[in-house]
Design a binder for this molecule. Structure first.
Ligand code: ATP
Length: 355
């Protein structure tokens, strides 16, 4: 990982009144650029292949400038140019996944958030260690497929959006697929999914207080996952199989949701525990994160994954959500990131939110 000292030296040479918010043109970039502009920043889009035409359709979210590369792998080559722009990088899922974790960790450019979180978040075993040691309830894990005694979901590694995942209820069904890739076996939790968008600020003092800073609940979404979410149209999973299809969990979009209000105290406590534990484990997770949950009919909230940066599901709330509306009207996660950078720059506290 690039030493913090190096990043602070780069920041030291920046004109803090003239920062540029930069990210890769994909995932949640419209929201990030839109939010950054609202907070008065210049914006820069890193485009792969060619300057994307589709921003023309969204003038309020079009970056001021583009840098066009042939591939994500060329991002480390433009670090000097980015520095000339006083750029702060906002990482999102596609950015980190396509550049590669290791290369992202080594990028010598100020980046929003704590990059040390990657090691804990990207590995399913380590993220389980983090969440469970924080007191978060997760779906049970089976280390040995022979021990499968209930419906399970067999998941593969890497953010593939659920492609290839399969459900089995015993060893025979598991062996019928006999996966050759690295996998993990999780109890299949029956319930309704909520992808909860939080924002942790070490700087803001008023609000839902943590041992240091405050936690915000900015929204919730549910993913639309083809073809599993539409399986009812053909009748059932059995019918899907009869027709020669296998269920997939490929994310095609998102919808905004709210949870019953009585669950919100628990939701905030969960976010609080995860952040507090992150301080002990790796110096803290800063900014936006998402707990991916399933709420059962006993109103238990089980977390099956954490994403430690802006998730694409926040795109449902570009103009604010039913929760962020109660924090500050019109506040998206993208805008909240920009606001945090703005306040930190004004207070000379950028080193607390950048790595
Ligand atoms: P991404 O990185 O894009 O979040 P992923 O490949 O890590 O995707 P998961 O998010 O873990 O995959 O799971 C994909 C989908 O599978 C979830 O959105 C959810 O619909 C379903 N799912 C995951 N875990 C469980 C579980 N334990 N029980 C029931 N359904 C689950």
């Amino acid at each position: 990982m690039v030493p913090k000292k190096k990043i602070l030296d780069i920041l030291g040479a920046y004109d803090l009144k003239n920062l540029t918010i930069a990210t890769v043109c994909s995932h949640s970039s419209l929201q990030i650029f839109h939010g950054a502009r609202k907070e008065g920043f210049k914006t820069l889009g890193i485009a792969i292949g060619r300057e994307p035409k589709f921003y023309g359709a969204f003038p309020l979210a079009k970056p001021d400038k583009f840098m066009v590369l042939n591939s994500y792998q060329e991002i480390p080559d433009i670090v000097e140019k980015l520095k000339e722009e006083n750029a702060v990088i906002i990482p999102h899922g596609s950015f980190v996944e396509y550049l590669g974790h290791k290369k992202f960790e080594e990028l010598e450019i100020p980046t929003f958030g704590n990059r040390a979180v990657l090691e804990w978040e990207s590995d399913r075993e380590k993220s389980r260690q983090w969440l469970e040691s924080a007191g978060i309830e997760m779906p049970m894990k089976f280390d040995d497929p022979r021990k499968i005694d209930r419906p399970v979901l067999v998941k593969f590694y890497g953010a593939k959006g659920g492609k290839g995942f399969f459900i089995a209820k015993n060893y025979e069904e598991f062996m019928a697929v006999n996966p050759q890739e690295r996998y993990t076996i999780q109890e299949y939790v029956i319930g309704t999914r909520y992808y909860i968008h939080y924002f942790y600020s070490p700087i803001k003092e008023e609000g839902y207080k943590l041992s240091k800073g405050t936690l915000e609940l900015l929204g919730m979404d549910r993913r639309d996952e083809a073809n599993i979410d539409e399986v009812y149209k053909v009748g059932s999973i059995e019918r899907l199989r009869e027709l020669g299809w296998r269920q997939t969990f490929v994310v095609t979009g998102n919808v905004e949701v709210v949870m019953r209000e009585s669950l919100l105290p628990k939701v905030l406590e969960m976010g609080e525990k995860v952040v507090e534990r992150s301080f002990q484990l790796f110096g803290g997770m800063i900014g936006p994160f998402c707990l991916e949950t399933i709420v059962t009919d006993e109103l238990k909230i089980k977390v099956f994954e954490i994403s430690a940066r802006i998730v694409a599901g926040t795109n449902v709330a570009v103009g604010g959500s039913p929760y962020s509306e109660l924090v500050e009207p019109g506040m998206s996660t993208g805008r909240r990131i920009a606001r945090e950078i703005k306040i930190a720059a004004e207070k000379h506290r950028l080193e607390e939110i950048i790595s």
